[in-house]
Design a protein around this ligand. Structure first.
Ligand SMILES: *[C@@H]1O[C@H](CO)[C@@H](O)[C@H](O)[C@H]1NC(C)=O
Ligand SMILES: *[C@@H]1O[C@H](CO)[C@@H](O)[C@H](O)[C@H]1NC(C)=O
Ligand SMILES: *[C@@H]1O[C@H](CO)[C@@H](O)[C@H](O)[C@H]1NC(C)=O
Ligand SMILES: *[C@@H]1O[C@H](CO)[C@@H](O)[C@H](O)[C@H]1NC(C)=O
Ligand SMILES: *[C@@H]1O[C@H](CO)[C@@H](O)[C@H](O)[C@H]1NC(C)=O
Length: 559
């Protein structure tokens, strides 16, 4: 109890008053405070979202003398200047390289006349984007003509837009003309539409797998339709297929002109506010939080509300929210993202564009982030209703606007491991390793839990150590090994890079505090993914008969 109260000791500037009042008893502690108050003349307070107040009382050791909340965020982060916050250090030695090799024949010479491939994508905009990219490569593997993929209109995101309302379809077809023959629609023969053979390929299907599962079908029908086409292509393929993936994803897939224009308007407005801007992709929807099985500090109200949502998934049973959190399986809260950014050295005055759907708890949840970074913006604050009208009724078009702003931002940060986070991470690597901050959730989770015991100095320096390898630098240890997240076959080193790189920028695995690790080492995945696995009782979250609401859930997660 005592420990509990201590954390809420008043925030008014006791540091300043302490300086003249140094007493002999706690000289050492006070010296530290002097140092801190020098750095932070007027500590500002923010209300803790308090995600752990009911869980970690045991972490307070009542025997040690303590005087005050030592964890205070300084008003300015200016003192941290050992790192360039706005660019990655080694990026100038790399470049995106997706040209085909000389061994890759032109489409005309490989396309077989009676093979047409149709694709139904699935999920939200970004998951569909991976599907479209992989579809082109699948068509090439099969020497087939690709029909422009159909977008998913029935997903959780409920968007009726067609391919050509989101992407520039003429550009798509012409830019890939050397690689794959693409047509808008199946040919009509004698006024009758062909009916395709419809099937589904296994997840992460490789070349051989397409030969086995799809190729024989062309002897039955001229057209084969692959449904629910998401992550149906292996991560590892031969180089020319990987490079084709990059040509599709980074060059051939362009949003339509109205989307690009509005997106650019938003980018310009952000750029006009300051020299640099940060974009934050925040996923904090109620359903997602409920499903994660974590506790986010909202007390009884939250437990009741999220518990109610959780009941929708009958088979789901989450018993230990505390463990979920300790293992870094919970999406960072807006406050935690803010603390991480401040610790990394981003100043309070930085302008942040927030891309998000519904945020659980709304303004209340965002308040602690706003206290750390008062300049928070979104589509709705920097554009008028009128300007957004052509987009606002279509979730994919709105997502496309966010995609553009996040892509163009100087620093992109996420609190999640969803499709948008992955695809933008890969894209930003390809286009020059723009700073992309993915939270090292496992390490940060423990740090957040004990932050009340740390000074800001200690806290921030540990955040910086934990984030090494998670900042979008070249040669970082790739995340899950997903191609779209880290398109390594399409990133080339400049000839002069070798010399400069020696001894530099190696991934540092800071396992310093692993002795306190009580849990067995687990797969690096967030709670949401592991819960999905559990729910579907498979490592492969698919090809199981799904009841409707589980299907809907899977799509919610497929942003
Ligand atoms: C890729 O090909 C284009 C021509 O299509 C050429 O201009 C460019 O220099 C090539 N890039 C590389 C890295 O070879
Ligand atoms: C595709 O065409 C190439 C070149 O003709 C050939 O080597 C390859 O075996 C063909 N693959 C299929 C699946 O038809
Ligand atoms: C495809 O678009 C890129 C620009 O993103 C361009 O450099 C490339 O030459 C285009 N390729 C073709 C075949 O039009
Ligand atoms: C679900 O919860 C019950 C009761 O807490 C427990 O006995 C059971 O083992 C759990 N099932 C799984 C698969 O974790
Ligand atoms: C998953 O399925 C297998 C075989 O169908 C079964 O033995 C196992 O108990 C299931 N696991 C869970 C967690 O339901």
């Amino acid at each position: 109890m005592d420990g509990h109260r201590r954390r809420h000791i008043p925030k008014y500037s006791r540091f300043r008053h302490l300086i003249p009042a140094i007493s002999a008893i706690s000289a050492a502690i006070l010296l530290l405070y002097c140092f801190l108050s020098f750095l932070a003349p007027s500590p500002d307070h923010f209300h803790h979202f308090g995600h752990h107040t009911s869980f970690d009382d045991h972490t307070i050791d009542d025997d040690t003398p303590k005087a005050a909340p030592i964890f205070e965020v300084p008003t300015s982060s200016k003192m941290i200047s050992d790192r360039n916050l706005w660019s990655t250090s080694m990026s100038k030695f790399y470049f995106g390289c997706s040209n085909a090799t000389s061994q890759f024949p032109k489409a005309q010479s490989v396309t077989r006349p009676n093979r047409y491939l149709l694709i139904d994508t699935s999920g939200g905009l970004n998951q569909q984007r991976t599907g479209i990219t992989d579809a082109v490569v699948a068509a090439r593997i099969l020497n087939a003509t690709l029909v422009v993929p159909k977008l998913d209109k029935k997903s959780f995101w409920k968007d009726s837009s067609t391919f050509s309302e989101i992407f520039d379809v003429d550009w798509f077809i012409s830019n890939l003309s050397k690689d794959v023959k693409i047509i808008r629609e199946l040919p009509h023969k004698g006024g009758k539409k062909w009916s395709p053979y419809s099937t589904r390929v296994p997840r992460k299907c490789d070349e051989r797998c397409y030969h086995i599962h799809v190729l024989p079908l062309f002897s039955k029908k001229r057209a084969v339709e692959l449904s629910k086409f998401d992550y149906r292509l292996a991560n590892e393929l031969e180089t020319d297929f990987q490079k084709l993936r990059c040509r599709v994803n980074y060059h051939a897939l362009k949003f339509t002109a109205p989307i690009v224009k509005m997106g650019q308007t938003l980018v310009n407005r952000m750029r006009n506010m300051g020299k640099h801007f940060v974009a934050l992709h925040l996923r904090f929807e109620p359903d997602m939080l409920a499903f994660s099985g974590c506790y986010y500090g909202g007390g009884e109200k939250e437990i009741k509300e999220l518990g109610k949502i959780r009941k929708r998934w009958k088979t789901l049973n989450i018993s230990d929210p505390e463990k979920e959190r300790r293992q870094g399986r919970c999406p960072l809260t807006p406050e935690e993202v803010g603390l991480m950014l401040r610790a990394l050295g981003y100043d309070k005055n930085v302008h942040i564009y927030v891309a998000s759907g519904e945020v659980y708890g709304g303004a209340h949840t965002l308040a602690p982030l706003k206290a750390l970074f008062p300049n928070i913006h979104s589509k709705d604050t920097i554009a008028t209703k009128q300007e957004l009208l052509p987009f606002s009724l279509f979730s994919s078009r709105m997502a496309a606007l966010d995609f553009i702003v996040c892509d163009e931002s100087d620093v992109f940060v996420t609190n999640n491991n969803g499709n948008m986070a992955k695809i933008l991470s890969g894209r930003r690597r390809y286009f020059g390793h723009k700073v992309t901050i993915r939270p090292n959730a496992k390490k940060l989770a423990r740090l957040f839990l004990e932050r009340e015991k740390l000074t800001w100095q200690e806290f921030s320096s540990r955040v910086r150590v934990h984030q090494v390898g998670f900042m979008g630098e070249p040669n970082e240890r790739p995340g899950s090994g997903e191609f779209h997240e880290n398109p390594k076959s399409c990133i080339c080193e400049k000839p002069d890079a070798k010399v400069k790189l020696v001894g530099n920028n190696k991934y540092i695995d800071d396992d310093d505090d692993d002795q306190e690790e009580e849990e067995e080492e687990e797969e690096e995945e967030d709670g949401i993914v592991s819960n999905l696995r559990y729910l579907f009782n498979e490592t492969n979250v698919d090809d199981v008969p799904l009841v409707y609401e589980e299907n809907e859930l899977e799509e919610l997660l497929s942003d």
